[in-house]
Design a protein around this ligand. Structure first.
Ligand SMILES: [Zn+2]
Ligand SMILES: [Zn+2]
Length: 238
């Protein structure tokens, strides 16, 4: 068993609310400085910066593994993290999500830019639709879609009073094979378990939900994995 340090909820500059400094190179370098083993860049409803992030990690991120992910906004306005063993899986969901976002365009000066970058942090494009809109995909449909592509879902920051599965549904649908829920950075997991008894059957992870470099997790959240493979982490989470 390996004790692996993780931060599985980080936003890049592709998220309108993510700072411009959240470039592929800066994120990977910061993870190196903080000595994190596994990170996931999970932008709102898109994975278009993942090709660059994964290339950078291959080039300079010695020992760092990237778990491909997206933070999806469901029809119910719940934030749900989707993770995949491969980049292709995340890119496939990206395409589906884009088609299921409303035709509301981003207003940069109001929401911030949605920058797509290459492995040298050069801007190669922008996403036109506003990525923080809710998709029209409900939680059950999302589970089916992600499972069909070989991924798993983890409800995000379930302790939050808005944009969480608890805020929008009040519970985790028991018919969905969900094993893990994410809790906000400074929220004690024991408190959540006491407050909502049905959570006793779930496992929990902390994520930083960082939108700027300094908010990325320290070497503080650990998982016990039998090896450092992405498929092993996926199996652990789902
Ligand atoms: Zn969120
Ligand atoms: Zn987030």
């Amino acid at each position: 068993m390996e004790r692996v340090a993780v931060d599985l909820h980080i936003h890049s500059a592709l998220s309108p609310c993510g700072e411009d400094e959240m470039t592929p190179n800066n994120i990977v370098n910061m993870a190196l400085i903080k000595n994190i083993d596994f990170i996931a860049v999970t932008d709102h409803n898109s994975s278009k910066n993942l090709p660059a992030v994964m290339t950078v990690a291959r080039k300079i991120g010695e020992g760092i593994c990237i778990l491909p992910g997206i933070e999806v906004t469901t029809k119910e306005e719940a934030h749900v993290l989707a993770y995949f063993p491969t980049l292709e899986g995340a890119m496939e969901l990206d395409e589906i999500l884009y088609a299921h976002l409303p035709n509301i365009m981003n207003k940069k000066e109001y929401f911030g830019s949605q920058t797509i970058m290459d492995e040298n942090d050069r801007i190669i494009g922008e996403v036109d639709k506003l990525l923080i809109s809710a998709t029209d995909i409900g939680i059950n449909r999302l589970w089916e879609t992600v499972t069909a592509i070989g991924g798993i879902i983890v409800p995000a920051h379930i302790d939050r009073k808005s944009y969480s599965i608890i805020a929008s549904l009040g519970f985790v649908p028991p018919e969905l094979a969900i094993k893990t829920c994410e809790v906000s950075k400074n929220e004690p997991i024991e408190g959540i378990k006491k407050k909502f008894l049905f959570f006793k059957d779930y496992q929990f992870i902390h994520g930083s939900d960082a939108h700027r470099l300094e908010d990325m997790a320290e070497r503080e959240y650990f998982l016990n994995l039998k090896d450092m493979r992405r498929s092993t982490l996926i199996q652990y989470l789902g």
